[in-house]
Design a protein around this ligand. Sequence first.
Ligand code: CAO
Length: 463
Amino acid sequence: MNSEDVLVPATGNDGELEVIEISVSVGDGIEVDDTIVVLESDKATVEVPSPKAGKVLEIAISVGDKVKEGDALLKLSSDSEKESGEKESSKNTKGSDSESDSSGDLITELDVNSAVLEPSNNSAQAQSAARKGDNAFVPLDVKQEKIRSSKAGDSGILVTNANVHAGPAVRKFSREHGVDLGRVKPSGPKERILVEDVSAYIKSQVQQVQSGAISSSSAILASIALPDFSKYGEISVSSMSNVHYKTAENMQRSWSVPQVTQFDEVDITDMEAFRKSQKSVAESRGLKLTPIAFILKACAYVLKTLPQFNVSLDLAQKQLIQKHFIHIGFAVDTPHGLFVPVIKDVDKKSIWGLAAECQDLASRAKEKKLSPAEMQGGCFTVSSLGAIGGTNFTPIVNSPEVAILGVSKAQMKPAYVNGNNFEARLMLPLSLSYDHRAVNGADGARFTSLLLKVMGDLRELLL
Ligand code: CAO
Protein backbone atom coordinates (compact mmCIF):
# COMPACT_ATOMS: atom_id res chain seq x y z
CA MET A 1 0.00 0.00 0.00
CA ASN A 2 1.40 3.39 -0.99
CA SER A 3 1.40 6.05 1.65
CA GLU A 4 1.96 9.75 1.58
CA ASP A 5 2.50 12.46 4.15
CA VAL A 6 0.03 15.31 4.20
CA LEU A 7 1.88 18.48 5.13
CA VAL A 8 0.86 21.90 6.41
CA PRO A 9 0.34 23.85 3.18
CA ALA A 10 1.48 27.40 2.45
CA THR A 11 -0.40 29.69 4.75
CA GLY A 12 0.90 33.15 4.09
CA ASN A 13 1.70 33.13 7.79
CA ASP A 14 5.36 33.00 8.82
CA GLY A 15 4.65 32.12 12.42
CA GLU A 16 3.47 28.95 14.04
CA LEU A 17 -0.12 27.77 14.08
CA GLU A 18 -1.76 25.87 16.87
CA VAL A 19 -3.64 22.67 16.19
CA ILE A 20 -7.05 23.27 17.71
CA GLU A 21 -9.07 20.48 16.20
CA ILE A 22 -8.30 17.17 14.50
CA SER A 23 -11.26 16.29 12.33
CA VAL A 24 -10.24 12.73 11.35
CA SER A 25 -9.17 9.55 13.13
CA VAL A 26 -6.81 6.74 12.18
CA GLY A 27 -8.65 4.34 9.89
CA ASP A 28 -11.02 6.97 8.47
CA GLY A 29 -11.54 6.95 4.70
CA ILE A 30 -11.50 10.54 3.51
CA GLU A 31 -12.27 12.35 0.30
CA VAL A 32 -10.42 15.16 -1.41
CA ASP A 33 -11.13 18.44 0.40
CA ASP A 34 -12.44 16.81 3.56
CA THR A 35 -11.29 18.85 6.53
CA ILE A 36 -8.46 17.12 8.30
CA VAL A 37 -7.38 19.64 10.91
CA VAL A 38 -8.20 23.14 12.10
CA LEU A 39 -5.29 25.43 12.89
CA GLU A 40 -5.29 28.79 14.56
CA SER A 41 -2.96 31.74 14.28
CA ASP A 42 -3.38 34.94 16.26
CA LYS A 43 -5.38 36.33 13.34
CA ALA A 44 -7.54 33.55 12.06
CA THR A 45 -8.85 30.05 12.45
CA VAL A 46 -8.22 28.02 9.32
CA GLU A 47 -9.35 24.67 8.08
CA VAL A 48 -6.92 22.42 6.22
CA PRO A 49 -8.57 20.39 3.46
CA SER A 50 -7.13 17.06 2.40
CA PRO A 51 -5.34 17.29 -0.95
CA LYS A 52 -5.94 13.55 -1.59
CA ALA A 53 -8.48 10.85 -1.07
CA GLY A 54 -7.40 7.84 0.97
CA LYS A 55 -7.30 6.18 4.36
CA VAL A 56 -5.77 7.83 7.41
CA LEU A 57 -2.88 5.58 8.48
CA GLU A 58 -1.27 7.74 11.10
CA ILE A 59 -1.80 11.11 12.73
CA ALA A 60 1.39 13.02 13.36
CA ILE A 61 0.05 15.83 15.52
CA SER A 62 -2.03 16.33 18.66
CA VAL A 63 -4.37 19.12 19.70
CA GLY A 64 -2.28 21.95 21.17
CA ASP A 65 0.79 21.26 19.01
CA LYS A 66 2.40 24.17 17.18
CA VAL A 67 3.05 23.60 13.49
CA LYS A 68 4.36 25.53 10.50
CA GLU A 69 4.40 25.17 6.73
CA GLY A 70 5.84 21.82 5.61
CA ASP A 71 5.27 20.00 8.91
CA ALA A 72 3.65 16.59 8.61
CA LEU A 73 0.04 16.40 9.71
CA LEU A 74 -0.83 12.82 8.88
CA LYS A 75 -0.01 9.82 6.75
CA LEU A 76 -2.53 8.83 4.12
CA SER A 77 -2.74 5.64 2.07
CA SER A 78 -2.87 6.69 -1.54
CA ASP A 79 -4.39 4.96 -4.51
CA SER A 80 -3.93 7.26 -7.43
CA GLU A 81 -6.66 5.67 -9.59
CA LYS A 82 -9.24 5.83 -6.83
CA GLU A 83 -8.10 9.30 -5.93
CA SER A 84 -8.49 10.71 -9.44
CA GLY A 85 -11.82 8.91 -9.88
CA GLU A 86 -13.07 10.35 -6.64
CA LYS A 87 -11.83 13.77 -7.57
CA GLU A 88 -13.85 13.61 -10.79
CA SER A 89 -16.99 12.34 -9.10
CA SER A 90 -16.57 14.94 -6.39
CA LYS A 91 -16.43 17.63 -9.04
CA ASN A 92 -19.43 16.22 -10.86
CA THR A 93 -21.61 16.00 -7.84
CA LYS A 94 -20.85 19.60 -6.95
CA GLY A 95 -22.20 20.89 -10.22
CA SER A 96 -20.81 22.17 -13.47
CA ASP A 97 -19.51 25.45 -12.11
CA SER A 98 -15.80 24.71 -11.99
CA GLU A 99 -15.21 27.72 -9.76
CA SER A 100 -17.31 26.33 -6.97
CA ASP A 101 -16.29 22.69 -7.09
CA SER A 102 -13.33 21.86 -4.94
CA SER A 103 -14.13 24.04 -1.96
CA GLY A 104 -17.88 24.32 -2.19
CA ASP A 105 -18.58 23.68 1.45
CA LEU A 106 -15.89 26.02 2.64
CA ILE A 107 -17.06 28.80 0.41
CA THR A 108 -20.59 28.34 1.64
CA GLU A 109 -19.30 28.64 5.14
CA LEU A 110 -17.43 31.79 4.30
CA ASP A 111 -20.45 33.25 2.58
CA VAL A 112 -22.60 32.58 5.59
CA ASN A 113 -19.99 34.07 7.89
CA SER A 114 -19.45 37.08 5.73
CA ALA A 115 -23.03 38.13 6.29
CA VAL A 116 -22.18 38.53 9.92
CA LEU A 117 -18.49 38.93 10.18
CA GLU A 118 -17.43 40.32 6.83
CA PRO A 119 -14.06 38.68 6.27
CA SER A 120 -10.99 40.83 5.87
CA ASN A 121 -8.95 41.05 2.68
CA ASN A 122 -6.96 38.05 3.82
CA SER A 123 -9.96 35.81 3.90
CA ALA A 124 -11.20 37.21 0.63
CA GLN A 125 -7.87 36.26 -0.91
CA ALA A 126 -8.07 32.82 0.55
CA GLN A 127 -11.65 32.49 -0.61
CA SER A 128 -10.57 33.44 -4.10
CA ALA A 129 -7.74 30.94 -3.91
CA ALA A 130 -10.15 28.30 -2.79
CA ARG A 131 -12.43 29.09 -5.71
CA LYS A 132 -9.52 28.53 -8.04
CA GLY A 133 -9.11 25.05 -6.61
CA ASP A 134 -5.81 25.66 -4.81
CA ASN A 135 -5.59 23.63 -1.68
CA ALA A 136 -4.90 26.84 0.16
CA PHE A 137 -5.83 27.65 3.69
CA VAL A 138 -9.27 29.06 3.89
CA PRO A 139 -9.72 31.23 6.94
CA LEU A 140 -13.05 30.38 8.47
CA ASP A 141 -12.94 32.72 11.30
CA VAL A 142 -11.40 36.15 11.08
CA LYS A 143 -11.03 38.29 14.17
CA GLN A 144 -13.22 41.33 13.89
CA GLU A 145 -12.98 44.67 15.57
CA LYS A 146 -16.69 44.86 16.12
CA ILE A 147 -19.51 42.41 16.04
CA ARG A 148 -22.92 42.63 17.58
CA SER A 149 -23.46 40.98 20.88
CA SER A 150 -26.34 40.80 23.31
CA LYS A 151 -25.86 41.54 26.98
CA ALA A 152 -28.43 41.44 29.72
CA GLY A 153 -29.49 45.00 30.33
CA ASP A 154 -32.25 47.40 29.60
CA SER A 155 -31.02 48.47 26.21
CA GLY A 156 -31.22 44.95 24.86
CA ILE A 157 -28.63 45.41 22.12
CA LEU A 158 -25.09 46.66 22.54
CA VAL A 159 -22.18 46.80 20.19
CA THR A 160 -19.11 45.32 21.82
CA ASN A 161 -15.68 44.15 20.78
CA ALA A 162 -15.68 40.41 20.63
CA ASN A 163 -13.86 37.60 18.89
CA VAL A 164 -15.50 34.43 17.77
CA HIS A 165 -13.40 31.29 17.78
CA ALA A 166 -15.11 28.12 16.71
CA GLY A 167 -14.32 25.13 14.57
CA PRO A 168 -16.30 23.98 11.55
CA ALA A 169 -18.35 21.44 13.49
CA VAL A 170 -19.44 24.11 15.96
CA ARG A 171 -20.22 26.56 13.15
CA LYS A 172 -22.25 23.92 11.34
CA PHE A 173 -24.15 23.09 14.51
CA SER A 174 -24.83 26.77 15.24
CA ARG A 175 -25.97 27.40 11.67
CA GLU A 176 -28.34 24.45 11.83
CA HIS A 177 -29.89 25.94 14.96
CA GLY A 178 -29.85 29.55 13.81
CA VAL A 179 -27.48 30.66 16.57
CA ASP A 180 -25.35 33.79 16.17
CA LEU A 181 -22.01 32.66 17.62
CA GLY A 182 -21.25 36.22 18.69
CA ARG A 183 -23.79 35.72 21.48
CA VAL A 184 -22.42 32.43 22.81
CA LYS A 185 -20.19 32.41 25.89
CA PRO A 186 -17.07 30.37 25.09
CA SER A 187 -15.71 27.82 27.57
CA GLY A 188 -12.91 26.32 25.48
CA PRO A 189 -9.23 27.22 25.60
CA LYS A 190 -8.48 30.74 24.30
CA GLU A 191 -12.18 31.63 24.46
CA ARG A 192 -13.00 28.99 21.90
CA ILE A 193 -16.69 28.15 21.49
CA LEU A 194 -17.50 24.47 21.91
CA VAL A 195 -20.60 22.57 20.83
CA GLU A 196 -21.60 22.36 24.50
CA ASP A 197 -21.52 26.17 24.69
CA VAL A 198 -23.92 26.46 21.76
CA SER A 199 -26.18 23.83 23.34
CA ALA A 200 -26.13 25.69 26.65
CA TYR A 201 -26.99 28.95 24.86
CA ILE A 202 -29.94 27.35 23.04
CA LYS A 203 -31.16 25.80 26.30
CA SER A 204 -30.99 29.12 28.17
CA GLN A 205 -32.82 30.95 25.39
CA VAL A 206 -35.60 28.37 25.32
CA GLN A 207 -35.88 28.46 29.12
CA GLN A 208 -36.08 32.25 29.15
CA VAL A 209 -38.75 32.34 26.44
CA GLN A 210 -40.76 29.62 28.20
CA SER A 211 -40.54 31.38 31.56
CA GLY A 212 -41.48 34.70 29.97
CA ALA A 213 -38.17 36.30 31.00
CA ILE A 214 -37.66 37.22 27.36
CA SER A 215 -40.32 37.27 24.72
CA SER A 216 -39.92 35.33 21.52
CA SER A 217 -40.18 38.67 19.69
CA SER A 218 -37.13 40.03 21.50
CA ALA A 219 -35.29 36.85 20.57
CA ILE A 220 -36.22 37.56 16.95
CA LEU A 221 -35.01 41.15 17.27
CA ALA A 222 -31.74 40.11 18.81
CA SER A 223 -31.09 37.48 16.15
CA ILE A 224 -30.80 39.98 13.31
CA ALA A 225 -27.09 40.42 12.61
CA LEU A 226 -25.85 43.76 11.33
CA PRO A 227 -22.90 44.64 9.15
CA ASP A 228 -20.20 46.96 10.48
CA PHE A 229 -21.64 50.32 9.33
CA SER A 230 -18.47 52.15 10.31
CA LYS A 231 -16.93 50.72 7.15
CA TYR A 232 -19.13 53.06 5.15
CA GLY A 233 -18.76 56.28 7.14
CA GLU A 234 -18.81 57.81 10.59
CA ILE A 235 -21.33 56.37 13.02
CA SER A 236 -22.20 56.77 16.67
CA VAL A 237 -23.87 54.19 18.87
CA SER A 238 -26.23 54.76 21.78
CA SER A 239 -28.50 52.55 23.85
CA MET A 240 -32.16 52.39 22.92
CA SER A 241 -34.47 53.68 25.64
CA ASN A 242 -36.70 51.14 27.35
CA VAL A 243 -39.75 52.70 25.71
CA HIS A 244 -38.15 52.48 22.28
CA TYR A 245 -37.09 48.86 22.78
CA LYS A 246 -40.48 47.82 24.16
CA THR A 247 -42.21 49.51 21.23
CA ALA A 248 -39.94 47.69 18.80
CA GLU A 249 -40.67 44.42 20.57
CA ASN A 250 -44.43 45.00 20.48
CA MET A 251 -44.28 45.96 16.81
CA GLN A 252 -42.32 42.80 16.04
CA ARG A 253 -44.87 40.68 17.89
CA SER A 254 -47.82 42.46 16.28
CA TRP A 255 -46.23 42.27 12.83
CA SER A 256 -46.53 38.48 12.95
CA VAL A 257 -50.31 38.92 12.84
CA PRO A 258 -51.74 38.39 9.34
CA GLN A 259 -53.37 41.75 8.80
CA VAL A 260 -55.22 43.64 6.12
CA THR A 261 -55.83 47.38 5.86
CA GLN A 262 -59.16 48.73 4.65
CA PHE A 263 -59.11 52.35 3.43
CA ASP A 264 -61.99 54.80 3.27
CA GLU A 265 -62.77 58.51 3.44
CA VAL A 266 -65.40 60.10 5.59
CA ASP A 267 -67.09 63.42 4.95
CA ILE A 268 -66.59 65.31 8.23
CA THR A 269 -67.73 68.72 6.98
CA ASP A 270 -70.74 68.77 9.31
CA MET A 271 -68.83 67.23 12.20
CA GLU A 272 -66.14 69.89 11.91
CA ALA A 273 -68.70 72.68 11.68
CA PHE A 274 -70.25 71.40 14.88
CA ARG A 275 -66.84 70.98 16.58
CA LYS A 276 -65.86 74.55 15.70
CA SER A 277 -69.20 75.86 16.91
CA GLN A 278 -68.31 74.42 20.32
CA LYS A 279 -64.93 76.10 20.53
CA SER A 280 -65.91 78.81 22.99
CA VAL A 281 -67.78 76.29 25.15
CA ALA A 282 -64.66 74.14 25.13
CA GLU A 283 -62.54 77.08 26.20
CA SER A 284 -64.91 77.90 29.04
CA ARG A 285 -64.43 74.29 30.20
CA GLY A 286 -60.66 74.61 29.90
CA LEU A 287 -60.61 72.09 27.05
CA LYS A 288 -59.38 71.84 23.49
CA LEU A 289 -61.98 70.01 21.43
CA THR A 290 -60.22 68.18 18.55
CA PRO A 291 -61.55 65.50 16.18
CA ILE A 292 -60.13 62.66 18.28
CA ALA A 293 -62.96 62.81 20.85
CA PHE A 294 -65.52 62.38 18.07
CA ILE A 295 -63.51 59.61 16.46
CA LEU A 296 -63.29 57.69 19.76
CA LYS A 297 -67.02 58.03 20.35
CA ALA A 298 -67.83 56.87 16.82
CA CYS A 299 -65.45 53.90 17.15
CA ALA A 300 -67.11 52.85 20.41
CA TYR A 301 -70.47 52.89 18.62
CA VAL A 302 -69.13 50.72 15.79
CA LEU A 303 -67.42 48.30 18.20
CA LYS A 304 -70.73 47.87 20.01
CA THR A 305 -72.57 47.25 16.74
CA LEU A 306 -69.89 44.92 15.34
CA PRO A 307 -68.66 42.97 18.42
CA GLN A 308 -66.52 40.71 16.23
CA PHE A 309 -63.94 43.52 16.43
CA ASN A 310 -63.99 43.48 20.23
CA VAL A 311 -62.27 40.13 20.69
CA SER A 312 -58.90 38.55 21.27
CA LEU A 313 -57.84 35.17 19.98
CA ASP A 314 -56.38 32.48 22.21
CA LEU A 315 -55.06 30.15 19.56
CA ALA A 316 -53.31 27.92 22.10
CA GLN A 317 -56.69 27.16 23.69
CA LYS A 318 -58.60 27.51 20.39
CA GLN A 319 -60.77 30.12 22.06
CA LEU A 320 -62.28 33.45 21.09
CA ILE A 321 -62.43 35.93 23.97
CA GLN A 322 -65.33 38.34 23.56
CA LYS A 323 -65.03 41.56 25.54
CA HIS A 324 -68.18 43.16 26.92
CA PHE A 325 -66.52 46.47 27.67
CA ILE A 326 -65.22 49.09 25.29
CA HIS A 327 -61.81 50.44 26.26
CA ILE A 328 -59.97 52.27 23.47
CA GLY A 329 -56.29 53.19 23.34
CA PHE A 330 -54.97 56.14 21.40
CA ALA A 331 -51.39 56.62 20.24
CA VAL A 332 -49.55 59.61 21.65
CA ASP A 333 -46.35 60.83 20.08
CA THR A 334 -43.93 62.10 22.74
CA PRO A 335 -40.25 63.06 22.85
CA HIS A 336 -39.70 59.85 24.84
CA GLY A 337 -41.35 57.61 22.27
CA LEU A 338 -44.77 56.24 21.53
CA PHE A 339 -47.31 55.75 24.36
CA VAL A 340 -50.80 54.31 24.08
CA PRO A 341 -53.00 55.35 27.02
CA VAL A 342 -56.34 53.62 27.23
CA ILE A 343 -59.67 55.34 27.87
CA LYS A 344 -62.00 53.01 29.72
CA ASP A 345 -65.70 52.59 28.85
CA VAL A 346 -65.60 55.01 25.93
CA ASP A 347 -69.18 54.10 24.99
CA LYS A 348 -70.41 55.45 28.34
CA LYS A 349 -68.65 58.79 28.16
CA SER A 350 -69.69 62.09 26.61
CA ILE A 351 -67.69 63.92 23.94
CA TRP A 352 -66.69 66.44 26.64
CA GLY A 353 -65.61 63.66 28.97
CA LEU A 354 -63.56 62.03 26.21
CA ALA A 355 -61.95 65.34 25.20
CA ALA A 356 -60.96 65.98 28.82
CA GLU A 357 -59.55 62.49 29.29
CA CYS A 358 -57.64 62.62 25.99
CA GLN A 359 -56.09 65.91 26.95
CA ASP A 360 -55.12 64.71 30.40
CA LEU A 361 -53.69 61.35 29.28
CA ALA A 362 -51.81 62.85 26.31
CA SER A 363 -50.20 65.56 28.43
CA ARG A 364 -49.21 63.09 31.15
CA ALA A 365 -47.83 60.71 28.47
CA LYS A 366 -45.60 63.55 27.29
CA GLU A 367 -44.32 63.97 30.86
CA LYS A 368 -43.89 60.19 31.29
CA LYS A 369 -46.43 60.29 34.12
CA LEU A 370 -48.79 57.52 33.03
CA SER A 371 -49.22 54.52 35.29
CA PRO A 372 -49.00 51.05 33.70
CA ALA A 373 -52.72 50.53 34.46
CA GLU A 374 -53.54 53.55 32.31
CA MET A 375 -51.97 51.83 29.32
CA GLN A 376 -53.62 48.46 29.78
CA GLY A 377 -56.89 46.78 28.92
CA GLY A 378 -57.46 48.24 25.45
CA CYS A 379 -59.88 46.53 23.05
CA PHE A 380 -59.04 48.69 20.04
CA THR A 381 -56.61 51.50 19.17
CA VAL A 382 -56.85 54.80 17.32
CA SER A 383 -53.69 56.24 15.82
CA SER A 384 -54.22 59.80 14.60
CA LEU A 385 -51.57 61.45 12.47
CA GLY A 386 -54.12 63.95 11.21
CA ALA A 387 -52.51 66.97 12.83
CA ILE A 388 -49.21 66.11 11.18
CA GLY A 389 -50.12 65.08 7.64
CA GLY A 390 -50.26 62.22 5.16
CA THR A 391 -52.99 60.88 2.94
CA ASN A 392 -53.08 57.34 4.32
CA PHE A 393 -50.96 54.83 6.21
CA THR A 394 -51.17 51.23 7.33
CA PRO A 395 -51.21 51.07 11.15
CA ILE A 396 -50.07 47.81 12.75
CA VAL A 397 -52.67 45.98 14.82
CA ASN A 398 -51.83 46.35 18.50
CA SER A 399 -52.01 42.63 19.26
CA PRO A 400 -53.77 40.96 21.16
CA GLU A 401 -56.36 43.52 20.02
CA VAL A 402 -57.64 42.66 16.56
CA ALA A 403 -58.06 46.06 14.93
CA ILE A 404 -56.66 49.57 14.83
CA LEU A 405 -57.87 52.72 13.11
CA GLY A 406 -55.38 55.03 11.43
CA VAL A 407 -56.53 58.62 10.89
CA SER A 408 -54.79 60.89 8.37
CA LYS A 409 -55.14 64.58 7.57
CA ALA A 410 -58.56 65.88 6.56
CA GLN A 411 -58.56 67.78 3.28
CA MET A 412 -61.08 69.75 1.27
CA LYS A 413 -62.07 67.75 -1.80
CA PRO A 414 -64.72 67.97 -4.49
CA ALA A 415 -67.51 65.49 -3.77
CA TYR A 416 -70.84 64.66 -5.37
CA VAL A 417 -73.64 65.82 -3.10
CA ASN A 418 -77.36 65.39 -3.62
CA GLY A 419 -77.23 63.63 -6.97
CA ASN A 420 -75.02 65.45 -9.38
CA ASN A 421 -73.64 68.58 -7.77
CA PHE A 422 -69.99 68.96 -6.89
CA GLU A 423 -69.31 70.57 -3.54
CA ALA A 424 -66.14 71.22 -1.58
CA ARG A 425 -66.27 68.84 1.39
CA LEU A 426 -63.84 68.11 4.19
CA MET A 427 -62.78 64.49 3.75
CA LEU A 428 -61.00 62.52 6.46
CA PRO A 429 -58.91 59.49 5.34
CA LEU A 430 -59.30 56.38 7.49
CA SER A 431 -57.20 53.19 7.46
CA LEU A 432 -58.55 50.23 9.39
CA SER A 433 -56.03 47.41 9.89
CA TYR A 434 -57.49 44.21 11.26
CA ASP A 435 -56.28 40.76 12.23
CA HIS A 436 -57.51 38.58 9.40
CA ARG A 437 -57.55 35.53 11.67
CA ALA A 438 -60.30 37.14 13.74
CA VAL A 439 -62.10 39.35 11.24
CA ASN A 440 -62.97 38.70 7.62
CA GLY A 441 -62.74 41.23 4.83
CA ALA A 442 -66.45 41.87 4.54
CA ASP A 443 -66.57 42.86 8.20
CA GLY A 444 -63.60 45.15 7.65
CA ALA A 445 -65.57 47.01 4.98
CA ARG A 446 -68.67 46.99 7.25
CA PHE A 447 -66.66 48.63 10.01
CA THR A 448 -65.43 51.54 7.90
CA SER A 449 -68.84 51.96 6.21
CA LEU A 450 -70.57 52.26 9.56
CA LEU A 451 -67.92 54.64 10.80
CA LEU A 452 -68.51 56.80 7.73
CA LYS A 453 -72.22 56.86 8.45
CA VAL A 454 -71.80 57.80 12.10
CA MET A 455 -69.12 60.43 11.60
CA GLY A 456 -70.91 61.80 8.56
CA ASP A 457 -74.00 62.42 10.68
CA LEU A 458 -73.37 62.53 14.43
CA ARG A 459 -77.11 62.24 15.09
CA GLU A 460 -76.65 58.51 14.47
CA LEU A 461 -74.95 58.37 17.86
CA LEU A 462 -78.18 59.39 19.54
CA LEU A 463 -80.15 56.48 18.14
N1 CAO B 1 -57.07 66.33 10.05
C1 CAO B 1 -56.85 67.65 10.08
N2 CAO B 1 -56.60 68.34 11.22
C2 CAO B 1 -56.54 67.62 12.36
C3 CAO B 1 -56.77 66.24 12.40
C4 CAO B 1 -57.06 65.60 11.17
N3 CAO B 1 -57.28 64.28 11.11
N4 CAO B 1 -56.65 65.81 13.66
C5 CAO B 1 -56.37 66.89 14.40
N5 CAO B 1 -56.32 67.98 13.63
C6 CAO B 1 -56.06 69.35 14.05
C7 CAO B 1 -56.74 69.66 15.35
O1 CAO B 1 -58.09 69.97 15.13
C8 CAO B 1 -55.94 70.81 15.84
O2 CAO B 1 -56.26 71.96 15.12
P1 CAO B 1 -57.14 73.14 15.79
O3 CAO B 1 -56.33 73.61 16.97
O4 CAO B 1 -57.27 74.15 14.73
O5 CAO B 1 -58.42 72.55 16.19
C9 CAO B 1 -54.52 70.44 15.38
O6 CAO B 1 -54.67 69.47 14.33
C10 CAO B 1 -53.65 69.86 16.47
O7 CAO B 1 -54.31 68.76 17.07
P2 CAO B 1 -53.60 67.99 18.31
O8 CAO B 1 -52.50 67.17 17.81
O9 CAO B 1 -53.29 68.98 19.36
O10 CAO B 1 -54.72 67.12 18.90
P3 CAO B 1 -55.37 65.77 18.46
O11 CAO B 1 -56.44 65.60 19.43
O12 CAO B 1 -55.72 65.69 17.05
O13 CAO B 1 -54.26 64.65 18.71
C11 CAO B 1 -52.88 63.11 19.81
C12 CAO B 1 -53.89 64.23 19.95
C13 CAO B 1 -52.43 62.69 21.17
C14 CAO B 1 -53.54 61.95 19.09
C15 CAO B 1 -51.70 63.64 18.98
O14 CAO B 1 -51.11 64.70 19.67
C16 CAO B 1 -50.64 62.62 18.70
O15 CAO B 1 -49.78 62.34 19.50
N6 CAO B 1 -50.67 62.01 17.48
C17 CAO B 1 -49.62 61.14 17.01
C18 CAO B 1 -50.07 59.70 17.12
C19 CAO B 1 -49.01 58.77 16.56
O16 CAO B 1 -47.83 58.98 16.73
N7 CAO B 1 -49.43 57.73 15.86
C20 CAO B 1 -48.57 56.80 15.24
C21 CAO B 1 -48.49 55.63 16.09
S1 CAO B 1 -47.86 54.19 15.33
O17 CAO B 1 -46.61 54.63 14.52
